[in-house]
Design a protein around this ligand. Structure first.
Ligand code: PPE
Length: 305
Protein backbone atom coordinates (compact mmCIF):
# COMPACT_ATOMS: atom_id res chain seq x y z
CA UNK A 1 0.00 0.00 0.00
CA UNK A 2 1.31 3.37 -1.03
CA UNK A 3 0.24 4.83 2.33
CA UNK A 4 2.99 2.86 4.10
CA UNK A 5 5.66 3.86 1.63
CA UNK A 6 8.55 6.22 2.20
CA UNK A 7 9.94 8.66 -0.35
CA UNK A 8 13.45 10.09 -0.15
CA UNK A 9 13.15 13.89 -0.53
CA UNK A 10 16.17 16.16 -0.37
CA UNK A 11 18.01 13.94 2.07
CA UNK A 12 15.12 12.74 4.27
CA UNK A 13 12.73 9.82 4.13
CA UNK A 14 9.17 11.15 4.28
CA UNK A 15 5.78 9.44 4.24
CA UNK A 16 4.30 8.90 0.77
CA UNK A 17 1.38 11.23 1.62
CA UNK A 18 3.76 14.05 2.50
CA UNK A 19 5.96 13.75 -0.59
CA UNK A 20 4.46 16.88 -2.15
CA UNK A 21 5.78 19.92 -4.02
CA UNK A 22 4.65 23.55 -4.33
CA UNK A 23 2.44 24.50 -7.27
CA UNK A 24 4.89 27.27 -8.28
CA UNK A 25 7.74 24.78 -8.79
CA UNK A 26 9.73 25.88 -11.85
CA UNK A 27 10.22 22.32 -13.11
CA UNK A 28 6.45 21.73 -13.15
CA UNK A 29 5.78 24.82 -15.29
CA UNK A 30 8.57 24.44 -17.82
CA UNK A 31 9.57 20.78 -17.69
CA UNK A 32 13.03 21.59 -16.35
CA UNK A 33 13.77 18.39 -14.55
CA UNK A 34 15.42 15.06 -15.19
CA UNK A 35 14.41 11.58 -14.14
CA UNK A 36 15.30 7.91 -14.23
CA UNK A 37 13.47 4.63 -14.13
CA UNK A 38 15.24 1.70 -12.50
CA UNK A 39 13.98 -1.84 -11.93
CA UNK A 40 13.99 -3.77 -8.69
CA UNK A 41 13.86 -7.56 -9.05
CA UNK A 42 12.98 -10.16 -6.45
CA UNK A 43 15.59 -12.92 -6.25
CA UNK A 44 16.27 -15.84 -3.89
CA UNK A 45 19.04 -13.65 -2.42
CA UNK A 46 16.64 -10.78 -1.76
CA UNK A 47 15.86 -7.70 -3.82
CA UNK A 48 18.32 -6.47 -6.38
CA UNK A 49 18.56 -3.24 -8.36
CA UNK A 50 19.45 -3.50 -12.05
CA UNK A 51 22.37 -1.35 -13.30
CA UNK A 52 21.88 1.25 -10.57
CA UNK A 53 25.21 2.96 -11.16
CA UNK A 54 24.64 3.35 -14.91
CA UNK A 55 21.19 4.82 -14.29
CA UNK A 56 22.52 7.29 -11.73
CA UNK A 57 25.41 8.23 -14.03
CA UNK A 58 22.87 9.00 -16.78
CA UNK A 59 20.82 10.96 -14.23
CA UNK A 60 23.84 13.17 -13.51
CA UNK A 61 24.58 13.54 -17.23
CA UNK A 62 20.97 14.53 -17.94
CA UNK A 63 21.18 17.17 -15.19
CA UNK A 64 24.44 18.51 -16.62
CA UNK A 65 22.81 18.99 -20.02
CA UNK A 66 20.13 21.28 -18.55
CA UNK A 67 22.55 22.96 -16.10
CA UNK A 68 20.69 21.56 -13.12
CA UNK A 69 23.06 21.35 -10.20
CA UNK A 70 22.82 18.05 -8.32
CA UNK A 71 24.41 18.46 -4.90
CA UNK A 72 25.16 14.73 -4.51
CA UNK A 73 27.87 12.46 -5.85
CA UNK A 74 27.22 9.31 -7.87
CA UNK A 75 28.00 7.21 -4.77
CA UNK A 76 25.66 9.27 -2.59
CA UNK A 77 22.83 8.88 -5.13
CA UNK A 78 23.34 5.11 -5.28
CA UNK A 79 23.36 4.89 -1.47
CA UNK A 80 20.22 7.05 -1.18
CA UNK A 81 18.49 4.74 -3.69
CA UNK A 82 19.41 1.62 -1.74
CA UNK A 83 18.27 3.28 1.49
CA UNK A 84 14.91 4.07 -0.13
CA UNK A 85 14.45 0.52 -1.39
CA UNK A 86 15.31 -0.86 2.07
CA UNK A 87 12.88 1.57 3.72
CA UNK A 88 10.15 0.10 1.49
CA UNK A 89 11.04 -3.55 2.11
CA UNK A 90 7.45 -4.35 3.14
CA UNK A 91 5.80 -2.75 0.09
CA UNK A 92 5.19 -4.49 -3.21
CA UNK A 93 7.37 -2.34 -5.44
CA UNK A 94 9.47 -3.09 -8.52
CA UNK A 95 10.52 0.26 -9.94
CA UNK A 96 12.47 3.26 -8.71
CA UNK A 97 11.83 6.80 -9.93
CA UNK A 98 14.57 9.30 -9.10
CA UNK A 99 13.66 12.84 -10.17
CA UNK A 100 15.43 16.20 -9.83
CA UNK A 101 14.10 19.56 -10.91
CA UNK A 102 14.40 23.31 -10.62
CA UNK A 103 12.57 24.19 -7.39
CA UNK A 104 10.89 27.35 -6.16
CA UNK A 105 12.13 30.86 -5.35
CA UNK A 106 11.99 33.09 -8.40
CA UNK A 107 9.40 33.43 -11.18
CA UNK A 108 9.97 33.31 -14.92
CA UNK A 109 12.08 31.12 -17.15
CA UNK A 110 15.57 31.88 -15.86
CA UNK A 111 16.40 29.05 -13.45
CA UNK A 112 19.84 30.30 -12.44
CA UNK A 113 19.01 31.22 -8.82
CA UNK A 114 16.73 28.28 -8.17
CA UNK A 115 17.56 25.45 -5.78
CA UNK A 116 17.44 21.86 -7.01
CA UNK A 117 14.93 19.49 -5.48
CA UNK A 118 15.61 15.79 -5.66
CA UNK A 119 13.38 12.86 -4.81
CA UNK A 120 13.63 9.09 -5.05
CA UNK A 121 10.34 7.22 -4.99
CA UNK A 122 9.46 3.56 -5.49
CA UNK A 123 6.32 2.29 -7.18
CA UNK A 124 4.77 -0.92 -8.49
CA UNK A 125 5.04 -0.92 -12.29
CA UNK A 126 4.26 -4.55 -13.14
CA UNK A 127 4.40 -5.66 -16.77
CA UNK A 128 4.52 -2.30 -18.58
CA UNK A 129 2.40 -3.00 -21.67
CA UNK A 130 0.44 -5.88 -20.12
CA UNK A 131 0.86 -9.62 -19.48
CA UNK A 132 -0.92 -10.68 -22.69
CA UNK A 133 1.19 -8.27 -24.72
CA UNK A 134 4.36 -9.70 -23.19
CA UNK A 135 3.27 -13.21 -24.17
CA UNK A 136 1.85 -12.58 -27.63
CA UNK A 137 3.40 -9.27 -28.70
CA UNK A 138 2.22 -5.67 -28.46
CA UNK A 139 0.24 -3.78 -31.07
CA UNK A 140 2.06 -0.63 -32.10
CA UNK A 141 1.03 2.33 -34.23
CA UNK A 142 3.21 4.94 -35.87
CA UNK A 143 2.43 8.23 -34.19
CA UNK A 144 1.43 11.25 -36.27
CA UNK A 145 3.68 13.26 -33.93
CA UNK A 146 7.28 13.68 -34.98
CA UNK A 147 10.22 12.81 -32.77
CA UNK A 148 12.05 16.08 -32.14
CA UNK A 149 15.55 16.35 -33.55
CA UNK A 150 18.80 16.45 -31.62
CA UNK A 151 19.01 20.13 -32.49
CA UNK A 152 15.71 20.90 -30.77
CA UNK A 153 16.23 18.76 -27.68
CA UNK A 154 19.13 17.05 -25.95
CA UNK A 155 17.58 13.66 -26.57
CA UNK A 156 20.27 11.56 -24.91
CA UNK A 157 19.27 13.29 -21.67
CA UNK A 158 16.18 12.07 -19.84
CA UNK A 159 14.56 15.49 -19.41
CA UNK A 160 10.98 15.76 -18.09
CA UNK A 161 9.89 18.27 -20.75
CA UNK A 162 10.92 15.96 -23.59
CA UNK A 163 8.15 13.60 -22.58
CA UNK A 164 5.24 15.73 -23.76
CA UNK A 165 5.62 14.23 -27.24
CA UNK A 166 5.76 10.74 -25.74
CA UNK A 167 2.58 11.43 -23.77
CA UNK A 168 0.79 12.66 -26.92
CA UNK A 169 1.95 9.65 -28.91
CA UNK A 170 0.94 7.22 -26.17
CA UNK A 171 -2.51 8.85 -25.99
CA UNK A 172 -2.82 8.48 -29.74
CA UNK A 173 -1.98 4.76 -29.46
CA UNK A 174 -4.49 4.19 -26.68
CA UNK A 175 -7.25 6.08 -28.54
CA UNK A 176 -6.61 3.90 -31.58
CA UNK A 177 -6.86 0.73 -29.52
CA UNK A 178 -3.13 -0.04 -29.71
CA UNK A 179 -0.64 -0.67 -26.91
CA UNK A 180 2.21 1.61 -27.86
CA UNK A 181 3.35 4.18 -30.42
CA UNK A 182 6.47 4.45 -32.47
CA UNK A 183 7.91 7.86 -33.31
CA UNK A 184 9.52 8.76 -36.62
CA UNK A 185 12.06 11.56 -36.86
CA UNK A 186 12.15 14.50 -39.29
CA UNK A 187 14.01 12.33 -41.85
CA UNK A 188 11.17 9.83 -41.78
CA UNK A 189 13.32 7.22 -40.08
CA UNK A 190 12.31 5.27 -37.01
CA UNK A 191 13.50 6.82 -33.76
CA UNK A 192 12.02 4.87 -30.83
CA UNK A 193 8.88 4.14 -28.85
CA UNK A 194 7.38 6.56 -26.32
CA UNK A 195 9.49 5.00 -23.58
CA UNK A 196 11.43 2.25 -25.35
CA UNK A 197 14.20 1.72 -27.87
CA UNK A 198 13.48 -0.49 -30.86
CA UNK A 199 15.20 -3.47 -32.48
CA UNK A 200 14.46 -5.57 -35.56
CA UNK A 201 15.71 -8.96 -36.68
CA UNK A 202 16.04 -9.51 -40.41
CA UNK A 203 17.72 -12.42 -42.18
CA UNK A 204 19.49 -13.47 -39.00
CA UNK A 205 20.90 -10.05 -38.17
CA UNK A 206 19.86 -7.72 -35.34
CA UNK A 207 19.51 -3.98 -35.90
CA UNK A 208 18.70 -1.00 -33.70
CA UNK A 209 18.34 2.70 -34.42
CA UNK A 210 21.40 4.92 -33.82
CA UNK A 211 21.81 7.80 -31.36
CA UNK A 212 21.66 10.21 -34.32
CA UNK A 213 18.05 9.09 -35.02
CA UNK A 214 16.99 10.96 -31.85
CA UNK A 215 16.84 8.31 -29.17
CA UNK A 216 17.53 7.95 -25.49
CA UNK A 217 20.67 5.84 -25.02
CA UNK A 218 18.79 3.11 -23.26
CA UNK A 219 20.45 1.02 -20.59
CA UNK A 220 18.28 -1.96 -21.55
CA UNK A 221 19.34 -1.33 -25.17
CA UNK A 222 22.95 -1.46 -24.03
CA UNK A 223 22.34 -4.63 -22.00
CA UNK A 224 20.64 -6.40 -24.93
CA UNK A 225 23.45 -5.30 -27.26
CA UNK A 226 26.01 -6.78 -24.87
CA UNK A 227 24.07 -10.04 -24.54
CA UNK A 228 23.62 -10.32 -28.32
CA UNK A 229 27.29 -9.61 -28.93
CA UNK A 230 28.27 -12.29 -26.41
CA UNK A 231 26.02 -14.70 -28.38
CA UNK A 232 28.05 -13.88 -31.48
CA UNK A 233 25.32 -11.67 -32.96
CA UNK A 234 26.60 -8.09 -32.71
CA UNK A 235 23.76 -5.56 -33.07
CA UNK A 236 24.06 -3.25 -36.06
CA UNK A 237 23.23 0.40 -35.31
CA UNK A 238 21.82 2.06 -38.38
CA UNK A 239 18.78 4.00 -39.57
CA UNK A 240 15.65 1.89 -39.94
CA UNK A 241 12.57 2.83 -41.97
CA UNK A 242 8.98 2.08 -41.04
CA UNK A 243 8.51 -0.23 -44.03
CA UNK A 244 11.65 -2.18 -43.11
CA UNK A 245 10.04 -2.94 -39.76
CA UNK A 246 6.94 -4.19 -41.58
CA UNK A 247 8.95 -6.84 -43.44
CA UNK A 248 11.23 -7.71 -40.53
CA UNK A 249 11.24 -11.25 -39.16
CA UNK A 250 11.03 -10.00 -35.58
CA UNK A 251 10.63 -6.63 -33.88
CA UNK A 252 11.00 -5.94 -30.18
CA UNK A 253 11.30 -2.94 -27.92
CA UNK A 254 13.52 -2.48 -24.88
CA UNK A 255 13.25 -0.32 -21.81
CA UNK A 256 13.54 -0.48 -18.06
CA UNK A 257 9.77 -0.47 -17.70
CA UNK A 258 9.06 -2.45 -20.91
CA UNK A 259 12.01 -4.89 -20.48
CA UNK A 260 12.29 -6.95 -23.71
CA UNK A 261 8.86 -6.48 -25.29
CA UNK A 262 7.94 -8.42 -28.46
CA UNK A 263 5.94 -6.54 -31.11
CA UNK A 264 3.00 -8.25 -32.81
CA UNK A 265 2.09 -5.62 -35.37
CA UNK A 266 2.85 -2.11 -36.57
CA UNK A 267 -0.08 -0.14 -37.98
CA UNK A 268 -2.03 -3.40 -38.19
CA UNK A 269 0.70 -4.99 -40.32
CA UNK A 270 1.59 -8.26 -38.59
CA UNK A 271 5.33 -8.78 -38.05
CA UNK A 272 6.82 -12.13 -39.07
CA UNK A 273 4.85 -15.10 -37.77
CA UNK A 274 2.71 -12.83 -35.55
CA UNK A 275 4.20 -14.18 -32.35
CA UNK A 276 7.45 -13.53 -30.46
CA UNK A 277 10.29 -14.81 -32.67
CA UNK A 278 13.14 -17.10 -31.59
CA UNK A 279 15.80 -14.39 -31.25
CA UNK A 280 13.45 -12.13 -29.28
CA UNK A 281 12.56 -15.00 -26.94
CA UNK A 282 16.22 -15.92 -26.47
CA UNK A 283 17.26 -12.34 -25.67
CA UNK A 284 14.24 -11.94 -23.40
CA UNK A 285 15.28 -15.00 -21.37
CA UNK A 286 18.95 -14.02 -21.15
CA UNK A 287 18.01 -10.47 -20.18
CA UNK A 288 15.55 -11.69 -17.56
CA UNK A 289 18.22 -13.95 -16.03
CA UNK A 290 20.85 -11.19 -16.08
CA UNK A 291 18.44 -8.73 -14.44
CA UNK A 292 17.81 -11.19 -11.59
CA UNK A 293 21.48 -11.87 -10.99
CA UNK A 294 21.16 -15.43 -12.35
CA UNK A 295 23.92 -14.99 -14.88
CA UNK A 296 27.56 -15.06 -13.70
CA UNK A 297 28.69 -13.16 -16.76
CA UNK A 298 26.52 -10.16 -15.91
CA UNK A 299 26.70 -10.43 -12.13
CA UNK A 300 28.14 -6.90 -11.90
CA UNK A 301 24.86 -5.52 -13.30
CA UNK A 302 22.96 -6.15 -10.06
CA UNK A 303 23.20 -4.66 -6.59
CA UNK A 304 21.51 -6.55 -3.76
CA UNK A 305 19.75 -4.41 -1.16
N1 PPE B 1 13.55 5.75 -24.91
C1 PPE B 1 12.78 6.53 -24.13
C2 PPE B 1 12.16 7.74 -24.72
C3 PPE B 1 12.60 6.20 -22.79
O1 PPE B 1 11.86 6.97 -22.03
C4 PPE B 1 13.18 5.02 -22.28
C5 PPE B 1 12.97 4.62 -20.85
C6 PPE B 1 13.99 4.23 -23.14
C7 PPE B 1 14.14 4.64 -24.45
C8 PPE B 1 14.71 3.01 -22.65
O2 PPE B 1 15.76 3.37 -21.77
P1 PPE B 1 16.23 2.40 -20.60
O3 PPE B 1 15.15 2.36 -19.60
O4 PPE B 1 17.46 3.02 -20.10
O5 PPE B 1 16.46 1.06 -21.21
N2 PPE B 1 11.68 4.91 -20.34
C9 PPE B 1 11.44 4.90 -18.93
C10 PPE B 1 10.15 5.59 -18.58
C11 PPE B 1 8.90 4.81 -18.72
C12 PPE B 1 7.71 5.52 -18.11
O6 PPE B 1 6.57 5.12 -18.43
O7 PPE B 1 7.89 6.43 -17.29
C13 PPE B 1 11.57 3.52 -18.34
O8 PPE B 1 11.47 2.52 -19.06
O9 PPE B 1 11.81 3.42 -17.14
Amino acid sequence: MASQQKVWMDGKLVDYANANIHVMTHGLHYGGGVFEGIRIYETPKGRCIFRLREHMARFLDSAKVISLNIPYSLDELCEATKLTVRANAKSKVDYIRPIAYFGTGTYGLNPIKLPTSLAIAVVYMGVYLGEEQMKFGARVITSSWEKSGNRALALNAKVCGHYVVSVLARLEAVKRGADEALLLNADGNVAEGTGENIFMVRKGKIYTTPISAGILEGITRDSVMRIAEDLGMPVIERDITRSELMIADEVFMTGTAAEVQPIHSIDEMVIGAGKPGPITVKLQKLFSDAARGKSKKYASWVDYV
